[in-house]
Design a binder for this molecule. Structure first.
Ligand code: EPZ
Length: 412
């Protein structure tokens, strides 16, 4: 891409990756069809469709975001390493398989670029609900006559941990209480889908979720919520590059922390019912951020805000509290001329007038988004390598940015 162009125009936000993935796994809980709309066209969604398909789930997709899943004939209860290693969210089949069939064999996810990301909370919660889980040859082999409701106090806030246990509890005997549950909007979207399928859930979106087990679940139709991280990424790009853009099909109330920080950086933001308009006509002011579980500032927005800070006026501190190794994009941004000092999980970013384009390498999904934002403002040409990371979580980001005036193209 060649930096220096302000962004102008309208762009539609896609469905949320981190809502679509657990909701697709929820199809395992019923023999009836689950009909989804606004499903984003992402690599991770294709991986999840493949994972479910090799279990016997009939997955039909069309280009306009419609997806139907039928788990009437499950032929395998195994989530193999080959698929799990490419997408950790595969662990989300564990709860549903145990709830419906009483057995599952799910590969341990293994390492990840941004941190160890263990699944001990998933295991602890399922064991509390009566599952026996043996780890052998890199797989979690789980069995349960019938899961029974339990009171689970999560040791830490975990998004997919909360989602796995919530799905397992929908068919367990009796009631389950999840304390210290994740409050992310994607957890709420999953709960809304499960409730439409006949589950009895209260408190999703708060840190205490109560689930009353039922005998079986029906099918349902559900529209996946808009992606708040894609929304935040597009807004951060406009704040860095300057200009005026309007997001269509967004959900402003799910990214309050990001909007507040963008206003602090000097952007004018007008949030409508399902639109967000941003105007930035000056150099951004330095804004410090500290990631936290929702409703705090999202860790998935950290790299994008570091990119913004590299060209801001002043010095910002970017502190990552969720993952232990989510600063690799800082080293790549230095190649663009950014002045960043890393101290543990805090980056001190002194804004510079201009970045210079260079070759950089993406290391993980949101790092690649941060590098794209930086490339939009760097003088000259920036080439971001390994953008297969980007395609995991963004639907044709270069097309959306190009339509807004960015000089950006995919290089084979
Ligand atoms: C979800 O991952 C998201 N993925 C991540 O988005 C997001 O960054 C993360 O939540 C935090 O918001 C999906 O929803 C598919 P966690 P998840 O369990 O659930 C530790 C993206 O870019 N932990 O909330 O895996 C863990 O190591 C991706 O779209 C345990 O120690 O994250 C981490 O430090 C990246 N034991 C912290 O908790 C456990 O059993 C939060 O992890 C579980 C988690």
């Amino acid at each position: 891409m060649t930096g220096g162009c302000p962004l102008e125009g309208e762009v539609r936000v896609s469905g949320a990756k981190n809502a679509a993935l657990p909701i697709m796994c929820a199809a395992l809980l019923t023999v009836k069809p689950l009909v989804l709309t606004n499903v984003p066209g992402l690599a991770d969604v294709s991986t999840a469709a493949r994972l479910l398909g090799q279990m016997g789930v009939a997955v039909e997709r069309s280009d306009d975001g419609l997806m139907t899943l039928r788990a009437a004939q499950i032929t395998s209860r195994v989530a193999p390493y080959e698929l799990v290693k490419t997408m950790r969210a595969s662990v989300l089949v564990l709860g549903p398989l145990l709830a419906r069939f009483g057995e599952a064999s799910v590969s341990l996810p293994g390492g990840c670029a941004i941190g160890a990301r263990p699944v001990d909370q998933h295991i602890k919660g399922l064991q509390a609900m009566g599952a026996t889980i043996v780890i052998e040859h890199g797989y979690m082999n789980a069995r349960a006559e019938r899961l029974r409701g339990a009171r689970v106090v999560m040791d830490l806030v975990t998004v997919t941990g909360t989602e796995n246990l919530m799905m397992a509890a929908t068919l367990a005997e009796g009631s389950t209480v999840l304390e210290n549950a994740a409050r992310e909007p994607e957890v709420v979207d999953l709960a809304n889908c499960l409730i439409a399928m006949g589950a009895r859930i209260e408190g999703a979106g708060t840190d205490v979720i109560r689930i009353e087990g039922v005998g079986s679940l029906a099918g349902a139709a559900h529209r996946v919520m808009p992606d708040r991280i894609e929304s935040g990424t597009l807004l951060a790009a406009a704040a860095a590059a300057g200009g005026k853009i309007r997001l269509i099909g967004a959900l402003p109330e799910t990214l309050d922390a990001t909007l507040t920080k963008l206003r602090e950086a000097g952007a004018t933001i007008v949030a409508g019912k399902d639109t967000i308009e941003i105007e930035m006509s000056r150099r951004p002011a330095a804004v410090s951020v500290r990631t936290a579980p929702y409703p705090g500032f999202a860790t998935d927005m950290q790299a994008q805000f570091m990119a913004l800070a590299t060209v801001a006026s002043g010095t910002a501190t970017i502190t990552e509290t969720i993952f232990e190794n989510r600063m690799m994009h800082a080293l790549e941004m230095r190649r663009l001329g950014a002045d960043i000092t890393i101290q543990g999980t805090t980056a001190v970013v002194r804004g510079v007038e201009k970045l210079q384009g260079a070759k950089v390498m993406a290391t993980d999904l949101r790092a690649s988004a941060g590098l794209v934002v930086a490339g939009l403002v760097a003088q000259g040409e920036t080439l971001v390598d390994r953008i297969y990371h980007l395609d995991r979580g963004y639907e044709a980001l270069e097309k959306k940015l190009g339509a807004l005036g960015a000089r950006i193209r995919r290089v084979k």
